[in-house]
Write a protein that binds this ligand. Structure first.
Ligand SMILES: [Cu+2]
Length: 492
């Protein structure tokens, strides 16, 4: 957990010089006692990073961090009881300077149900602070450490069951600046990945409990940046301008997964891999272990939407591990021709498309049992974009000879209820739509929930000259229950 400093390195049978570490003096990172009046650390909520300390001498820094248990949305229309440091997932970002003496105050709010503590990977000492910070609800604890090693470190709760506390969102980052500070950049952002285990399936609406079995099996329902699907998309996307330099401080809280962190459309000019002292240059994807972190710098040369993903790519598109860095500015055709291909990756996550709030509205109403056709249509429109529109096109007209039209489709009007069946089981073989024959394959979309099927189906039925009507949750349930081989359009 925290740094362990006394071991001997050996390579090819030769033992290197012994010592606290091979080339570091015993007082490494200790610049003497704190100077001047104590300073209170500025803590920030993600995606923001506190300003540089700009200090030239060690100080006494007071950190006050609150543990807050609270219900928040984990996805549109899905709530979860998070346990947090500072009321957010990930927890507040802490920034100090190497050699600082940190007086840490951990307060556990009176309405908490659980005791909590904190293990900071930047602390030298057994447990990284955990043993000294065990804090019951309504209590406060205090401990002090000297920040000896510069770097970007994860902190997390280490109260039993540790995995559960971490899975509920109890992690964050502490940056221990090197004495000279980090190189200046135009913008700094704080992003942290985590995997989440809910009792229901991905996108099952309503309140979701933690599922210990799934967590032990390491089968997350959600893999997220900053604790919520869509925390950094649409109007909450990270912002930058062409010509600026951007630094991401990226952590991985786990509890289980290792992140293959990648920004689609960018190359990291520098990566301080593992959050340490050295950087690698020209990196496409950097590995961030659970309980680890990295800093990465790049300059933005071309405007558009850059997509932050875990390149274990099903996590990005089917579990939520996707964020956007929106860059405004003038095109540079010499670097990139400028064909806007955002939609391929983004679907409904792109900026400027209808807000996903409609999905939440329909889900709430569906849970009450009185969802209206209009609410289903509004939610279905958002879901259609990004799920179906890549092939059938946003206007439902399809592509001649490749993807059949859903607009004015006589295939749909012949039997409107088959829509649910087609979405869940896919379609292959010969079909004739409006007099034209298609002989292709539509993959099953069984990842959609019954409500999502109902919403999309109702939207399609009530759009583009189709006959109207409704697909219900029951239609979806029955279509799913029908165990059968993939649909074939013609009888063979
Ligand atoms: Cu905890």
């Amino acid at each position: 957990m925290a740094a362990i400093s006394a071991f001997t390195l050996s390579s090819q049978g030769r033992t290197m010089a012994p010592g606290p570490t091979a080339d570091k003096p015993a007082n490494y990172g200790d610049f003497g006692p704190p100077q001047g009046a104590p300073v209170k650390a500025v803590l920030t909520s993600p995606p923001f990073v506190p300003p540089a300390t700009n200090r030239k001498a060690p100080a006494k820094v007071i950190v006050e961090l609150d543990v807050v248990e609270k219900e928040m949305e984990i996805s549109e229309g899905v709530t979860y009881t998070f346990w947090t440091f500072g009321g957010t997932v990930p927890g507040s970002f802490i920034r100090v300077r190497q050699g600082d003496t940190v007086e840490f105050h951990l307060r556990n709010m009176p309405d908490s149900k659980m005791p909590h503590n904190i293990d900071l990977h930047g602390v030298t000492g057994p447990g990284g602070g955990a043993a000294s910070s065990f804090t019951a609800p309504g209590h406060q604890s205090q401990f002090t450490f000297k920040a000896l090693n510069a770097g970007l470190y994860v902190y997390h709760c280490a109260t039993a069951p540790v995995g559960m506390h971490v899975a509920n969102g109890m992690y964050g980052l502490i940056l221990i600046e090197p004495p000279e500070g980090m190189p200046k950049v135009d913008r700094e952002y704080y992003v942290m990945q985590g995997d989440f285990y809910t009792a229901g399936k991905y996108h099952d609406k309503g309140h979701q409990a933690f599922d210990m079995e799934k967590a032990i099996a390491e089968h997350p329902t959600y893999v997220l940046f900053n604790g919520r699907e869509g925390a950094l998309t649409n109007d909450k996307a990270l912002q930058a301008k062409v010509g600026e330099t951007v630094r991401l401080y990226v952590g991985n809280g786990g509890p289980n997964l290792v992140s293959s962190f990648h920004v689609i459309g960018e190359i990291f000019d520098k990566v301080w891999y593992e959050g340490g002292k050295h950087y690698q240059e020209n990196v496409q994807t950097t590995l961030i272990p659970a309980g680890g972190a990295a800093m990465m710098d790049f300059r933005l040369q071309v405007p558009g939407s850059y997509v932050l993903v875990d390149h274990s790519i099903f996590r990005a598109f089917n579990k939520g591990a996707l964020a956007i860095l929106k860059t405004d500015g003038a095109d540079d055709k010499a670097i990139y021709s400028g064909k806007e291909v955002d939609e391929v990756y983004l679907g409904d996550k792109a900026t400027g498309v209808p807000s996903t709030a409609a999905i939440g509205t329909a889900a709430t109403a569906a849970a009450r049992g009185n969802v209206t056709r209009e609410e289903r249509i509004a939610a279905g429109k958002v879901l259609f974009n990004g799920t179906c529109s890549t092939c059938h096109q946003p206007d439902g007209k399809g592509l001649p000879g490749v993807f059949p039209p859903l607009a004015g489709s006589d295939y749909i009007s012949a039997d409107v209820k088959r829509l649910a069946d087609i979405m869940i089981h896919g379609l292959q073989g010969k079909v004739t739509v409006n007099g034209k024959e298609y002989d292709s394959l539509m993959p099953p979309m069984s990842q959609l929930t019954d409500d999502e099927i109902a919403n999309i189906g109702t939207y399609v039925l009530n759009s583009w000259g189709n006959p109207g009507g409704e697909i219900t949750r029951e239609d979806a349930r029955m279509a799913r229950a029908a165990v059968k081989p993939a649909n074939t359009g013609s009888a063979h």
